[in-house]
Design a protein around this ligand. Structure first.
Ligand code: HEM
Length: 241
């Protein structure tokens, strides 16, 4: 092969890999844009519903605080860690981690206050799917925050402990957004909400949207878990390597 042929082949390969990475980046950024639009839409509808009453009592505050906490701050707190999150695209990794910690703390404060307000209002507790799943979401988010604080001191612990603390932090974080999404979907089926939307199937559309953006928010976690499983399988199948 002549010198010019070699150069042209390597230039073609370079061009192809550049094209692929542009395609991958475009797909990731599009998913991120769609996710942000769906989150804002859902949070907006819930806040309009909560504010549609003449008086804002504990029930309405509960809706505003829980939806803002879980579906806005917690989801943004997870997405900020992604390389392809639009509003944090040009931030350094360390700054993205700091913002993650701040957003998660705000989220946990909001959802704890929001849940306590409604628990104080009711006489019988956790007797609905919405309420009991909401309680599980609160427990997992508190556990995730506690683990997140432990991760900050991780360099003082052994490598194995660090791995498990981080893993539990990721798992509980993802569980809390799935559980809160489940609780929210159950809330959309509450009669008063369906009547407010006019019983024309808006609740089903909101359930679909909530499920979709929750899966999109957790995409990085599934990729990370998939990688760990692949590595574990590889080390089991090739113990001598
Ligand atoms: C992710 C968001 C939400 C979470 C995690 C959540 C969580 C909770 C929790 C923990 C309770 C207390 C249950 C008890 O003491 O038995 C509760 C009650 C309640 N929530 Fe929510 N909530 C959310 C959003 C909403 C929304 C959007 C609505 C209205 C459309 C709503 C309506 C109610 C009602 C009517 C109750 C009292 C009856 C029941 O327990 O089912 N919630 N919620």
């Amino acid at each position: 092969m002549t010198q010019s042929n070699v150069e042209s082949t390597s230039r073609t390969q370079e061009f192809q890999s550049l094209n692929t990475s542009i395609l991958v980046k475009t797909v990731w950024l599009s998913i991120n844009l769609i996710t942000n639009i769906l989150i804002c839409l859902t949070v907006f509808v819930c806040i309009v519903y909560a504010c549609s009453s003449t008086t804002i009592d504990a029930y309405h505050l509960h809706i505003i605080l829980c939806v803002l906490g879980y579906q806005f701050f917690m989801c943004q707190g997870i997405m900020v860690l992604s390389k392809y999150n639009s509003w944090s695209l040009f931030l350094k990794r360390i700054d993205r981690r700091r913002i993650h910690f701040i957003l998660q703390t705000i989220a946990v404060v909001l959802v704890t206050v929001g849940s306590c307000l409604i628990i104080r209002e009711k006489n019988e507790h956790f007797n609905t799917i919405h309420g009991s799943v909401g309680l599980c979401a609160l427990i997992t988010s508190l556990t995730s925050l506690a683990n997140g604080i432990l991760v900050t001191y991780a360099n003082r612990l052994s490598r194995l402990n660090v791995f498990w603390i981080k893993f539990i932090h990721y798992v509980t974080g993802v569980c809390s957004i799935f559980l809160s999404a489940f609780s929210l979907c159950a809330a959309f089926r509450i009669e008063h909400f369906s009547m407010w939307t006019g019983n024309i199937g808006v609740d089903s559309i909101l359930i679909f949207i909530t499920c979709l953006f929750t899966v999109f928010v957790s995409i990085n976690f599934w990729i990370f878990t998939g990688n760990i499983i692949c590595k574990l399988c590889w080390s089991v199948l090739h113990p001598n390597l």
